[in-house]
Design a protein around this ligand. Sequence first.
Ligand code: PEP
Ligand code: MG
Length: 584
Amino acid sequence: MTFSIHGLAVAGGIAIGRAVLVASSHVDVAHYFIQPEQVEAEIERVRKGRNAVVEELQRLQVEMPADAPHELTALLDVHLMLLQDEALTGGVKHWITERLYNAEWALTTQLEVVARQFDEMEDEYLRERKADLEQVVERILRHMKGVADPVTPSASSPRRKTQQELLLGDTQDVPLVLVAHDLSPADMLHFKQSVFAGFVTDVGGKTSHTAIVARSMGIPAVVGARAASQLVRQDDWVIIDGDTGVVSVDPSSIIFAEYGFRQRQVELERERLARLLHTPAITIDGQRIELLANIEQPGDSAAAVRAGAVGVGLFRSEFLFMGRSGKLPDEDEQYRAYCEAIAGMQGLPVTIRTVDVGADKPLDKGHKDGHLNPALGLRAIRWSLADPAMFRTQLRAVLRAAAHGKVNLLFPMLAHTHEIEQTLAQVDLARAELDARSVPHGPVQLGAMIEVPAAAIMVRSFLKYFDFLSIGTNDLIQYTLAIDRSDEAVAHLYDPLHPAVLRLVADVIAAGQALGKSVCMCGETAGDVGMTRLLLGLGLRSFSMHPAQILAVKQEVLRTDTRKLAAWVGQMLDGNAPAAAQAS
Ligand code: PEP
Ligand code: MG
């Protein structure tokens, strides 16, 4: 049956493919593809986990006191029966063997499949056994976590090609789209090099980090699609319209044809834009504009150069810290990662932002739940300053890497002068520690992110301390308008054009210009072609965005005459003008 689901469009383009459902589980489950030679080992891991649970339950049966309630014994019997059920075990094998899912993913996928069968049962008693099945699977997952390390995906494997080739059955040549309740940023990194043609998640806002990573992958994505993961079934045909946020499920042939046509149009537009790759980004009136890239991993820098970036304006270093079960990267590991990013940029500058975990970027899944209000909690620079030894490890790694190329060091979420002073003192200390060890290090330009209204309002004091500023609109909008950026329920109130936001941005740019210091913008607004003219009109000359957006923004730059924007921009700041720029 054809139906459509509406969510938030976060990464443009059209994806057509079969659905791969990533089930959510209360246990922290990694999702990644394995290599064919790992299939047996993965099946064995599930078998061991299941056997351990069987033994545990049998032991409980034996040790059950004689006066234990009858229901308890019956429940153990049910759990043991479910554990042996072919529907569960056979299905898990299928996902591992046929789809090359890792063991935990296979288990939760099969749980989803069988749980739906339970949902459809008429008998209420049987229907309620779904909860038992979930408990049994979670027990297995917990055992697997303790029993053996999951097979980690090898970063160097030429995944994109081999997996597409190796996916069996009717999916062999069919693109796959991922449908999930939620995906952590760490999950997204696992999927980054995979075969998926698009993403849909039930939750998330336009600038949630899951959306940001999806955008960086350059594939269509829709978030905040509410019940998508409940309504879509494994292997359903799905069309994701990343421009309008519409997800069509089980589409008719007419819809297929229409979207197939649109997909080709998007491709043609991409090819047209590619011609601008070597054109300098200069406005009609001769203003030279710097177009930089946002990256999440060191290996992304080469793609940034290929996309025409003249540097990295934001390396979100926290992605090096995620999904490692709390074991943080040491100085050498970080140093190597930063050097890789620098080498990839071939002499162009790299702005490394110190770790910004917390809120919707937990180190591992589940971490965020412990906080009352994570967006206002111990995140970003607050997290770093709370653990100076960890912070200096990162600073030393960056300073060492700076001996190999142009490096800027950027600090997230500063709000107080005492935070600035503590931060700069830590930089001095890190340098002194390297000197004491006679380890070479290089010069860095120091920058502050302006992403809290307090920082924007007191920007002139910030400028006394820093060489440059970078406006983080994702957070600046979140904190100015009191909108949780990852909550789809308030996504309609998330407004980059709100006059309060525009005035803060305008003031920061003007303050930087007055002191001759560079002001960049690295939030998602910088890569939004609908915002380019307005930002140019506000005086912005440095934009950092996902590489995939650079050429479209460049096209806007080439078409703009900033001398004609003043009146319209003034009206926008007063909240009295239509959003579309009239001047060109
Ligand atoms: C921002 O807040 O705009 C920003 C670039 O930082 P992040 O999205 O990583 O919080
Ligand atoms: Mg931010």
